[in-house]
Write a protein that binds this ligand. Structure first.
Ligand code: GSH
Length: 226
């Protein structure tokens, strides 16, 4: 019998969102607990050695950390598997999930860039990394073709955030990234993705950007917050 799962979260975390997408897509019951990352509770630091979310607590006292690992565990205990069975395809999927972490970091750094030079440098790097994903994508609609996988869950948070800032800055223009745009469109139409963030996500993200970088706020958020 499936044990209740508790996902430890921060409302704006794209890595947490990878796991929420997986849980919702697989219709796995779970609870979500939000913590203050600036003042993490002791019990959290005991289960997440780097002090990072997501962490996943099981009701038998065990806990896991790292979004990619958590997602594989969720997938393993809730068949049918989203992760491919072929060892090479599975390994390749893991590689691109790992690469997606850098795409998330690029995107985060864009939202905290303090000035034009920083912003442009990060934007260039983000686009260069996105181009590497564009180059290996097939016809879709998902990363592996017709079958949804953990790679899809891993990239959905990136596309949601780029879609939010698109009215101000289209980092992933259709003309240059046609396959990424088609993939993003398919993902953002999925209920498991649409429901994977809190209701006031746009406002919270805008406030976060404003607080951390007035410069990035000016470049990115006019369209998502009054
Ligand atoms: N590789 C980790 C990255 C997780 C991560 O960086 N989470 C951020 C929030 S989005 C965090 O907890 N930061 C707190 C810190 O670095 O102290 C994963 O995939 O789970």
């Amino acid at each position: 019998m499936l044990m209740p799962l508790e996902l430890i979260s921060f409302k704006l975390c794209p890595f947490v969102q990878r796991s929420v997408v997986t849980l919702l897509y697989k219709q796995v019951p779970f609870e979500i607990t939000y913590i203050d990352l600036a003042a993490p509770p002791d019990w959290f630091l005991e289960i997440s050695p780097l002090g990072k979310v997501p962490a996943l607590r099981l009701d038998d006292g065990n806990a896991l950390f790292e979004s990619a690992i958590i997602n594989e565990y969720i997938d393993d205990i809730t068949p049918p598997a989203l992760h491919p069975s072929d060892p090479l395809v599975r390994a390749r999927n893991r590689s691109w999930i790992q690469f997606g972490e850098q795409c998330i970091v690029d995107q985060y750094q864009l939202t905290v860039a303090k000035n034009e030079d920083d912003f442009e440098a990060v934007r260039t790097r983000a686009q260069s990394n996105l181009a590497k994903v564009e180059a290996i994508l097939g016809n879709g609609p998902w990363f592996n073709g017709t079958v949804f996988s953990l790679v899809d869950a891993a990239y959905a948070p990136i596309f949601m955030r780029y879609a939010l800032i698109k009215p101000m800055d289209d980092v992933m223009p259709e003309a240059d990234y046609p396959r990424l745009n088609a993939w993003a469109e398919a993902l953002l139409a999925l209920p498991a993705v649409r429901q994977s963030v809190v209701g006031d996500f746009d406002t919270l993200l805008a406030a976060y950007i404003r607080k951390n970088s007035p410069y990035a706020a000016e470049r990115l958020i006019a369209a998502v917050a009054a």
